[in-house]
Design a protein around this ligand. Structure first.
Ligand code: NIG
Ligand code: FE
Length: 427
């Protein structure tokens, strides 16, 4: 049979195969590797997977990629980013080097608020150009699917502008994008209290943003607009966070997630679990008892260790405790100008392996199939299995462990989305 694309001869075809389910606990050590593997692609989807001999016997193609001496893995999935913003936070970076903390800078009107000022001032076209370039760089690091949050508007007009930019990125950029509304990211100075701003988010912003979502191609394609909140001391407490997330679920019928326990343990995990959250993210100071509760749920625990690294912290969340208790763990970059200015999931793997004691196999499942599950895309991307989107990263190594081991090395050689080559390092 003739197919659109054959990739053959992979030293390791890392399938991350899971039968369309996220991997829990000990399953995360299994990458479903096929030695001398091959994959057949038709109409942008994976048709068949097996050894090179088997695939060559069944299929031929005018477009064949020889992956000998290479690893072929699923395109990487970044399930937590803030990739749409203007400006930079280079001054914050220097202030932190000189001793100020992230939360001190935020409380003094810098941090997220300074990015909000720059994002409010930028046009939609400017924001689009900046974000499209960031997605290109992420793609060159192997990412083929990304979640993107609003949250640097903190007023209705700018939150809507960010949503429109995110929708345009999904339509025009090769990467698959999933949108999240993060109106409750910080309390802007126009409001006297978190309570007053949360009311505004609930009664002004959410109706406007869900009206825009309903008219967008996302809604037409059945793609929800998830709702997120920064549940943290000095930002939104568990009561306000719970109000926003339950409105998202009950009034608007959308999935929810939350930034929890980045600096102070407020109990956000329990609030999110009661609402059946897709994911809870950060988890830096979550006690093991709450991680065990999380492990017993369908909610994905997303660790973002590039944040700890970027903030110069030697403290990392207890990722091992979540895996060892049988939970579903994912990793993401948290790409944003303040706490994690990195486009690289391989770098995140490298940090998680060293400081959170994940094995490279666990870390690779955490940025593929489990990250897909955090976006409810485990049936669509994140593994190399028949029927899934034909998204791959081809690595310039014959052992997948090098992706975590050779930190900083540009091992991603070729990136394929829906069967089309989008990046080749030798171009
Ligand atoms: O996930 N913690 C809250 N939000 C982002 C940081 C955003 C920023 O600093 O601009 C985070 O770390
Ligand atoms: Fe974040």
């Amino acid at each position: 049979m003739n197919v659109d694309l054959l990739i053959v001869g992979a030293a390791q075809l890392v399938t991350c195969a899971s039968g369309g389910r996220p991997k829990r606990g000990a399953q995360m050590r299994d990458l479903g590797i096929i030695t001398d593997g091959a994959v057949a692609v038709k109409d942008g989807r994976i048709l068949d997977v097996g050894t090179t001999a088997d695939m060559r016997a069944r299929y031929q193609s005018e477009h064949t990629i020889d992956a000998s001496g290479r690893v072929v893995c699923p395109g990487l999935v970044d399930c937590h980013t803030h990739a749409v913003y203007a400006g930079d936070r280079l001054d914050d970076f220097e202030s932190r080097i000189q001793g100020k903390t992230y939360m001190e800078i935020l409380a003094a009107g810098g941090g997220i608020m300074s990015t909000a000022r720059a994002t409010r001032a930028a046009t939609a076209d400017e924001l689009y150009a900046l974000a499209a370039h960031r997605l290109d760089v992420m793609l060159h690091n192997g990412t083929t699917t990304a979640e993107i949050k609003t949250g640097y508007g903190l007023d209705s007009a700018t939150e809507l502008k960010m949503f429109d930019v995110i929708a345009r990125l999904d339509r025009e950029h090769a990467m698959t994008i999933r949108p999240t509304f993060l109106g409750a990211h910080s309390v802007p100075p126009e409001f006297a209290s978190a309570h007053a701003y949360a009311d505004h988010v609930l009664h002004e912003m959410m109706p406007a943003i869900f009206a825009a979502h309903a008219e967008s191609h996302f809604a037409a394609q059945g793609v929800p607009l998830a709702v997120d909140v920064f549940c943290e001391e000095g930002v939104f407490d568990t009561v306000l966070s719970g109000q926003i997330l339950s409105a998202a679920r009950e009034c608007w019928g959308q999935p929810v997630k939350a930034h929890v326990d980045e600096f102070v343990n407020l109990g956000g995990v329990r609030v999110a679990l009661e609402l059946g959250a897709l994911s809870v993210d950060h988890l830096d100071v979550t006690p093991d008892a709450e991680l065990e509760l999380l492990a017993g749920s369908e909610t994905v625990g997303v660790f973002l260790p590039a944040v700890n690294f970027n903030l110069g912290s030697t403290h990392f969340g207890h990722a091992r405790a979540l895996i060892d208790a049988g939970g579903i763990l994912a990793l993401a970059t948290d790409l944003n100008p303040g706490s994690a200015p990195t486009p690289s999931l391989p770098l995140v793997m490298a940090i998680a392996c060293r400081y959170q004691k994940l094995l490279p196999a666990e870390a690779l499942n955490a940025i593929t199939i489990n990250a897909a599950a955090a976006l409810k895309l485990e049936g669509v991307v994140g593994s190399i299995e028949p029927g899934k989107q034909a998204d791959f990263a081809i690595l310039a190594t014959d052992d997948y462990r090098a992706l975590a081991y050779e930190f900083g090395a540009p091992l991603v050689e070729t990136v394929i989305i829906k069967g089309e080559v989008q990046w080749n390092a030798s171009y």
